[in-house]
Design a protein around this ligand. Structure first.
Ligand SMILES: *[C@@H]1O[C@H](CO)[C@@H](O)[C@H](O)[C@H]1NC(C)=O
Ligand SMILES: *[C@@H]1O[C@H](CO)[C@@H](O)[C@H](O)[C@H]1NC(C)=O
Ligand SMILES: *[C@@H]1O[C@H](CO)[C@@H](O)[C@H](O)[C@H]1NC(C)=O
Ligand SMILES: *[C@@H]1O[C@H](CO)[C@@H](O)[C@H](O)[C@H]1NC(C)=O
Ligand SMILES: *[C@@H]1O[C@H](CO)[C@@H](O)[C@H](O)[C@H]1NC(C)=O
Ligand SMILES: *[C@@H]1O[C@H](CO)[C@@H](O)[C@H](O)[C@H]1NC(C)=O
Ligand SMILES: *[C@@H]1O[C@H](CO)[C@@H](O)[C@H](O)[C@H]1NC(C)=O
Ligand SMILES: *[C@@H]1O[C@H](CO)[C@@H](O)[C@H](O)[C@H]1NC(C)=O
Ligand SMILES: *[C@@H]1O[C@H](CO)[C@@H](O)[C@H](O)[C@H]1NC(C)=O
Ligand SMILES: *[C@@H]1O[C@H](CO)[C@@H](O)[C@H](O)[C@H]1NC(C)=O
Ligand SMILES: *[C@@H]1O[C@H](CO)[C@@H](O)[C@H](O)[C@H]1NC(C)=O
Ligand SMILES: *[C@@H]1O[C@H](CO)[C@@H](O)[C@H](O)[C@H]1NC(C)=O
Length: 813
């Protein structure tokens, strides 16, 4: 008999201050674990009692990593990488009467294994990884992986156990335990009273995966196969002396060696932390007296950010970078291109080109679309099979569903060639190893695609000619239907990314990297710059805004104290200096109407009136923005809910001003793209403001390279308005106060600010626990490491050195 897993439910009670709790249970099937694995037959593994831990030969030449725990969202995360394997290990950090989740996840094949250890009736259970015991494993039949020991302080039964692609694990976890496909069932391998091996044959090919446990100290492992093979075996770890911990070893291995032409990049070669970054001018023996911002940051990265750069290195490989761990240990075009955009000034050419090449190599040569996500390993067979492509086996499958990605390559490539002109020619002459074509051919396919998608609007600027989502309702980073409010025309794509891609085409032509016939893309860019953002403008009268805010604080269970001064950031030492209550900087204060910019437009052209952080795209990718848009940035960077800032970070969406009140629920702090904080969006906004101020010759201490290096972009007209530029500098300081309040989450994926009435401030909530959809954040997320390239404008200190006390520290603590 196997107990039901209560993973998500158990966490609700602890978050009394969450302002909304869905009432649907996490399991749609009445509480039983849905698909369990089946013991169809007892199989043998290559070495039944656990593998030898003596590596024979190296499988790759990755640089070694071994660190942890990174504690995030209720889990301890560990990383181990050497020339045999690369793995992330995730273990619940609590001791409670709820299941302990244990995961091993590998970038190779995006492969994973998961087990819930369910405590015996009404007892508590905690598990701790003994990090010193973790090491790689290499065996006959190309089997490789990870082994180590866990200390358990209670008796445990195996609950849901999943072995296969990380996507399989995600499907189960993110659905709250409802999505499980029986094609991924495991079988029971050899067992005795002190060990058990679970076996999984991948759908295609000869890859076999083994997930084994052995008793090391103070316990027995009892395995009872079920006579009915559709019911999984009962597996119990029972302590001999119940006053002491049990120690068990685990081994998670598989032999995915990359057998198809589309998986030539297996095995992955991990890049070292040091090789990711440019050398300092000093270390190359250049100008010894330099004290440039770039050298300052590069030195801080090398001397102060060791553990952070190792996390980034875990996600960085010669052939691609991975979006985040544990949930996204594979290629994602958008994530990697945005990460590179933020890191480009500090990244070495090798690191930059790994990302650029990974994107170009996956271009659809026919359509010029760029690849959003690759599906590899076992899950690729599942995807191919569902598409009726059984003959494709486990060949990688590339998804081209996200229209934003199509525009993200060109601006960053143009910037890269400006910084490293000597690299352009050899880079563009490379051959793709994944799809037919040279890089320049694939690039031209993407350029033509961008020109085609944008042509109608260039000729006739109208809402209907904006760029629609290609695969409605998904299409940009807010990829869920609700994330864009079911809009068709996304702000980020149309206001920022299309014009930036057109600018970049003009730049590449001007720099001689592509034929000069493309030079007239610059005039198309000007049409988009002049017309597209305005189509998202929403005007709101002060009394309407004030009434909306009053309604919002009630519905969202906030307090009216959040509507004054610094709101949750009231700890600011000098409210005047930060412009917290300046009417011209605040929607709903003062006597004039305000303009903000809609998150998206519906098919009929009406606005989804949600205040949002995608303004950061316009700032970082745009060159000739309107004064109206710049004022909207200033107003968005006020405390939430008047703006986006909380004392624990900037939220990415705020529906307070939406005329359609349903949106308040859609964009709550339980929604993946709602009133929640994504660290990289803070980075995008911060770097975007720095760039824009740089175009006016302001905020020089934050700039690593000249802001006017591309696209003839000095001095937009609004630079002459000193009221606006100083308001923007105040907004920049407010943003950084909020960012500093999120310092402990800076390199993670997403979290939910949870309001506490007693203090009038927010604390960091775990979105995965708060939300029944289970969208837990990643502990390491590639694009969040963009902060490594930034300088805090308030102190002039590189973020790589961490945050110190500063005059304008406004965390309210
Ligand atoms: C577990 O606790 C519940 C509620 O306290 C109780 O009803 C039940 O009998 C307990 N079960 C065992 C096996 O102790
Ligand atoms: C016993 O296990 C608990 C939970 O895993 C752990 O926190 C504790 O350190 C362990 N104690 C010993 C002595 O190993
Ligand atoms: C997988 O397990 C499910 C649930 O236990 C069972 O219904 C199904 O038949 C199994 N599928 C295979 C292929 O063994
Ligand atoms: C994987 O390992 C199994 C045995 O564990 C072996 O039968 C199979 O041939 C191996 N496949 C590869 C690709 O090495
Ligand atoms: C085996 O268990 C499944 C449910 O898990 C049930 O539907 C089926 O009838 C059982 N088969 C036998 C032969 O008892
Ligand atoms: C570079 O070297 C010079 C001379 O040794 C030193 O004064 C300067 O501080 C160094 N710059 C940085 C950023 O370390
Ligand atoms: C590539 O684009 C062509 C033309 O639009 C399309 O027919 C094809 O399905 C695309 N390939 C993939 C893998 O999406
Ligand atoms: C992949 O596996 C499926 C399901 O077992 C099978 O139908 C298909 O023929 C296999 N394809 C290859 C190329 O092995
Ligand atoms: C690309 O492939 C072509 C044809 O196979 C070959 O002639 C050429 O040398 C390759 N270019 C590079 C840079 O490897
Ligand atoms: C930059 O400005 C110069 C002079 O006006 C012009 O010739 C050139 O085409 C511009 N470049 C771009 C990329 O717009
Ligand atoms: C607060 O900031 C304002 C505006 O920058 C400045 O005039 C004032 O002196 C500051 N007050 C304190 C106490 O620092
Ligand atoms: C309000 O927004 C919701 C989604 O948030 C949508 O389903 C509904 O149709 C909208 N109502 C109106 C009147 O636009």
């Amino acid at each position: 008999m196997v107990a039901a897993v209560l993973l998500a439910l158990a966490t609700y009670a602890g978050i009394a201050s969450a302002w909304k709790v869905h009432d649907n249970a996490p399991f749609g099937n009445g509480g039983n674990p849905p698909g369990y694995a089946v013991a169809a037959s007892v199989e043998s593994s290559p070495s039944a009692t656990g593998p030898s831990t003596t590596p024979s030969t190296a499988a790759n030449s990755s640089s070694a990593l071994n660190f942890g725990p990174i504690n995030f969202a209720g889990y301890n995360n560990y990383v181990y990488r050497d020339d045999i394997t690369a793995a992330q290990i995730v273990v619940s950090d609590t001791t409670a009467s709820k299941p302990v989740r244990f995961i091993t996840a590998f970038p190779n094949g995006n492969t994973g294994a998961l087990v819930y250890f369910v405590p015996a009736d009404n007892q508590t259970l905690g598990a701790e990884l003994n990090a010193a015991t973790v090491t790689s494993v290499r065996q006959e039949f190309n089997q490789s992986g990870i082994t180590g020991q866990l200390s358990l302080n209670g008796d445990a039964t195996f609950g849901v156990t999943l072995i296969g692609g990380v996507r399989t694990l995600r499907d189960y976890v993110e659905s709250g335990g409802t999505v499980f496909h029986s094609i991924f069932n495991y079988t029971l391998g050899p067992y005795n009273d002190s060990s058990v091996t679970l076996v999984r044959h991948w759908i295609n090919g000869t890859t076999v995966q083994y997930f084994s446990f052995s008793a090391i100290d103070n316990c027995a492992i009892t395995v009872t196969p079920n006579e009915n093979v559709t019911i999984p075996p009962e597996i119990i770890i029972k302590r001999n002396d119940s006053s002491q911990n049990a120690t068990v070893s685990f081994t998670s291995i598989f032999n995915f060696t990359g057998t198809t032409p589309a998986t030539t990049h297996v095995p992955l070669e991990g890049l070292s932390a040091d090789s990711l970054f440019l050398p300092t001018t000093n270390s190359t023996g250049g100008t010894a007296t330099t004290s440039s911002n770039l050298d300052l940051v590069l030195n801080a990265i090398r001397t102060s950010a060791g553990t952070i750069t190792e996390q980034l290195a875990f996600l960085s490989y010669e052939s691609e970078s991975l979006a985040g761990g544990w949930r996204f240990l594979t290629y994602f075009g958008r994530d990697t291109l945005l990460a590179l955009r933020l890191l480009i000034s500090v990244f070495s050419p090798e690191a930059s080109e790994a990302i650029l090449a990974a994107v170009i190599q996956r271009t659809n040569a026919t359509s010029g679309e760029l690849c959003h996500e690759e599906t590899i390993g076992d899950y690729a067979s599942f995807v191919n099979g569902n598409a009726g492509l059984y003959a494709s086996g486990n060949e990688a499958s590339y998804a081209y569903s996200m229209v934003d990605t199509d525009f993200l390559l060109l601006p960053t490539l143009a910037d890269y060639f400006q910084q490293h002109p000597d690299r352009a020619s050899s880079f563009l002459q490379r051959n793709s190893t994944l799809v037919p074509g040279t890089f320049i051919e694939l690039l031209e396919a993407n350029i033509n695609h961008v020109l085609n998608l944008s042509a109608a609007f260039t000729a006739n600027p109208s809402v209907a000619n904006l760029v629609d989502l290609r695969s409605y309702p998904v299409g940009d980073w807010r990829d869920s239907n609700a994330g864009l409010g079911w809009g068709h025309y996304a702000f980020d794509v149309n206001c920022a990314l299309v014009p930036a891609a057109l600018r970049a085409i003009g730049q590449l032509a001007a720099d001689g990297h592509i034929p000069s016939t493309y030079a007239n893309a610059s005039s198309a860019a000007q049409v988009w710059e002049a017309k597209a953002c305005d189509m998202f403008a929403v005007t709101i009268a002060p009394d309407v805004a004030a009434a909306s805010l009053d309604n919002y604080v009630t519905v969202a269970n906030l307090s009216t104290s959040q509507l004054y001064g610094g709101g949750s950031l009231n700890g600011s030492t000098n409210a005047t200096a930060l412009g917290w209550s300046d009417p011209s900087q605040t929607i709903g204060l003062g006597s004039n109407s305000s303009t903000f910019y809609a998150l998206s437009l519906l098919a009929n052209g009406s606005a989804v009136e949600v205040l949002h952080s995608d303004l950061g795209f316009a700032l970082l990718y745009g060159v000739d923005l309107s004064p109206s848009l710049m004022w909207a940035v200033v107003q968005a960077l006020q405390p939430y809910p008047r703006g986006l800032l909380t004392n624990v970070g900037m939220v990415v969406a705020n529906a307070a001003y939406d005329n359609n009140r349903t949106a308040i629920d859609t964009f709550s702090n339980l929604a993946y793209h709602g009133a929640v904080s994504w660290s990289w969006q803070q980075g995008l906004m911060a770097e975007g403001i720095s760039k824009q101020l740089g175009l006016c010759g302001l905020s020089p201490s934050t700039q690593l390279v000249a802001s006017n290096s591309s696209a003839n972009a000095t001095n937009p007209a609004w630079c002459a308005d000193t009221t606006l530029t100083s308001a923007l500098e105040q907004a920049q300081a407010r943003l950084w106060a909020s960012i500093e309040g999120s310092a402990s989450e800076l390199y993670t994926e997403v979290w939910s600010p949870v309001f506490a009435n007693a203090t009038g401030t927010f604390t960091v909530g775990d979105l995965g626990a708060l939300s029944p959809e289970g969208t837990e954040g990643d502990a390491v997320q590639l694009w969040s490491y963009g902060f490594l390239a930034m300088i805090d404008p308030r102190t002039g200190k590189p973020v790589a050195e961490g945050f110190g006390t500063s005059a304008t520290n406004a965390t309210g603590q």
